[in-house]
Design a protein around this ligand. Structure first.
Ligand code: FES
Length: 115
């Protein structure tokens, strides 16, 4: 696996989200936000992650977390009403733990779209 953690020498938030498609191609990379779900962030950054229920109940937004799962709060914005597979999140309700925005390291959280 590529090292996706580096020392951050600036005052900026250096938590980034990388989105891959099902074929492992990187289709987007953007600076993470602590205030909205991973699906909403992706959509704001022109990387479509489909959302149907928007409440953790249908799996349409399911994404696999390829790296830094420990950074992802699977229920940051709402409870998961159904349990996704291991290493997957329901991106409409998941977000990045706030504490990681204060770290002095550059991180890339890699998620993979299923649709
Ligand atoms: S859109 Fe239904 S679980 Fe996320």
């Amino acid at each position: 696996m590529t090292e996706n953690k580096q020392k951050n020498n600036s005052d900026q938030n250096w938590v980034f989200i990388v989105v891959q498609d099902k074929s492992w191609n990187q289709i987007s990379k953007f600076q993470a936000s602590k205030d909205i779900s991973l699906a909403a962030q992706s959509n704001q950054n022109h990387c479509e992650v489909p959302i149907a229920c928007g409440s953790g109940a249908c799996m349409v937004c399911a994404c696999k977390v390829i790296s830094w799962m420990e950074f992802v709060d699977a229920e940051k914005f709402w409870k998961q009403l159904i349990q996704p597979w291991e290493d997957y999140i329901l991106s409409c309700v998941a977000g990045v733990y706030d504490k990681y925005f204060d770290e002095d390291w550059y991180y890339e959280i890699i998620i993979q779209k299923m649709i």
